[in-house]
Design a protein around this ligand. Sequence first.
Ligand SMILES: [Ca+2]
Ligand SMILES: [Ca+2]
Length: 227
Amino acid sequence: MRLTTSVLGLVAAVGLAGAAEAATVFPSFTPGSPVTATLSLATGGSPVTAIFLYSDAADRSILTPIVGSGLSFFFINNDPFATPIGTIVTFPFPVGPIAFQLQNTTKGQTYTTDSLDSDGYGHAVSITGTTNLADVETALGLAAGAISGQSGMNTAWSNFLALAGSAPITFIAWEDKKVGEDVDWDYNDLVFAFFPVRVEVAEPASLALLGAGLIGLGFAARRRRAV
Ligand SMILES: [Ca+2]
Ligand SMILES: [Ca+2]
């Protein structure tokens, strides 16, 4: 009987461990420190579907896909016509390399996912390998529920996951100020997710996530002012 109980306990423990998803943050990132790498994104097909998840920023910024010309924006924050959190958009995208840009219209700066920006740093990080918003909160050093607990997010995220099916999801998180503009390198000024996509990542995942999460928790606890 005791053996049976132990075996069942082991099976349960293995099952729980197997259910946990491993998120990968690229580049490896600590709130308060800039990154010096860029993101390489490619669509596995068309169209791209994206969801607006979070914004902790004082400036107005506009997220736009970079492809051809004449595309309308995906999401805008801090504006009378700001996009509601949880908004889902779908847009045609050619198969192949893609990029996004964040235009901070308050500061007059534009950042892109596929190049280092005018201050020499990367202004976007990606999180892959998970569909759990709690993993994203941890990776960005946000309090539990900061993203998932927003009004309407449960329904919006469920709808987005249903649309994604088995397609891999990529989260992109931005820092919207550059060196010399009170930048805090918190990479949470605008956060969105999209599919389908392939991301080229070249570093161990779990250690980077753990480090970012632990350091981020301490950072978040010390920090009160949103920038
Ligand atoms: Ca910031
Ligand atoms: Ca922020």
